[in-house]
Design a protein around this ligand. Structure first.
Ligand SMILES: Nc1ncnc2c1ncn2[C@@H]1O[C@H](COP(=O)(O)OP(=O)(O)OP(=O)(O)O)[C@@H](O)[C@H]1O
Ligand SMILES: [Mg+2]
Length: 228
């Protein structure tokens, strides 16, 4: 599902990623933990095609769903992203002029899906996340945690094969966080979705099928998925 080889990232002189190798198989839930500044978000952005590795020599490769994504041009890449990948970030960007429901539906409209089916699906997701009573409100009328849950629903609406999450439950109370974590596992079981989750939440990190530990720009425990 995801094969990353020899991923490097420099910010000026600072080498933030020092040749990360990573295999994640379909339907796997992988957590990434590590100290602040270890390079977790940087790695997630590169795996999620939002950023590029610094040196792309023959040693470096990144394949997602069989697609060599370092070879795609910008248009092909954003197309690929819209159809295959979902993102849940701590600082989510909801569109302020649209309601919660509309924000969730937008990626599906972009993908050309039918409005009626999309709305039904969006309402289902929002209900699961405990937001049925807030769907017609705009982001500035929602609490931080509610906004985060809207962003989660938005990330899931196109049923992407891979979901990248950076501190997904960082702004949530214990109960909402547990619901969200439960949702991840439910989606994996139901749709075989793959999750890559950066988290400081011990419980979530340990629930994952595999916990990768990032230390100083490298993954320190390098066990790889066996069957793929
Ligand atoms: N755009 C940038 N320009 C320069 N340096 C950056 C940039 N983004 C990140 N860094 C640096 O790269 C290092 C890794 O950052 P990264 O955001 O990947 O860490 P992290 O593991 O996600 O940390 P945290 O747990 O605090 O979110 C840090 O030292 C950070 O200051
Ligand atoms: Mg980070």
């Amino acid at each position: 599902m995801i094969h990353a080889k020899n991923i490097h990232k420099f910010y000026d002189q600072l080498e933030v990623l020092k040749g990360v190798d990573l295999h994640i198989k379909k339907g796997e839930i992988v957590s990434i933990v590590g100290a602040s500044g270890a390079g977790k978000t940087t790695l997630l952005h590169i795996l999620g095609t939002l950023d590029k590795p610094s040196k792309s020599d023959t040693e470096t490769s990144l394949t997602i769903n069989g697609e060599n994504i370092l070879k795609l041009n910008d248009k092909a890449l954003s197309n690929f992203r819209n159809l295959n990948l979902g993102f849940i970030f701590q600082f989510h960007q909801l569109l302020p002029e649209f309601t919660a429901l509309e924000n969730v539906c937008i990626p599906a409209y972009i993908a050309g899906k039918k409005p009626s089916e999309t709305e039904e699906e969006a309402k289902k997701l929002l209900a699961f996340l405990g937001l049925s009573h807030r769907i017609d409100h705009k982001p500035n009328e929602l609490s931080g945690g509610e906004q985060q849950r809207v962003a989660v629903a938005r990330a899931l609406i196109n049923k992407p094969d891979v979901i990248f999450a950076d501190e997904p439950s960082g702004n949530l109370d214990t109960h909402s966080a547990e619901n969200l974590h439960q949702l991840f596992f439910q989606l994996r079981d139901e749709f075989g979705q793959t999750f890559v989750i950066v988290t400081h939440n011990e419980e979530l990190a340990n629930m994952a099928d595999r916990k990768l530990i990032m230390v100083d720009g490298l993954i320190s425990n390098t066990e790889v998925a066996k069957d793929e």
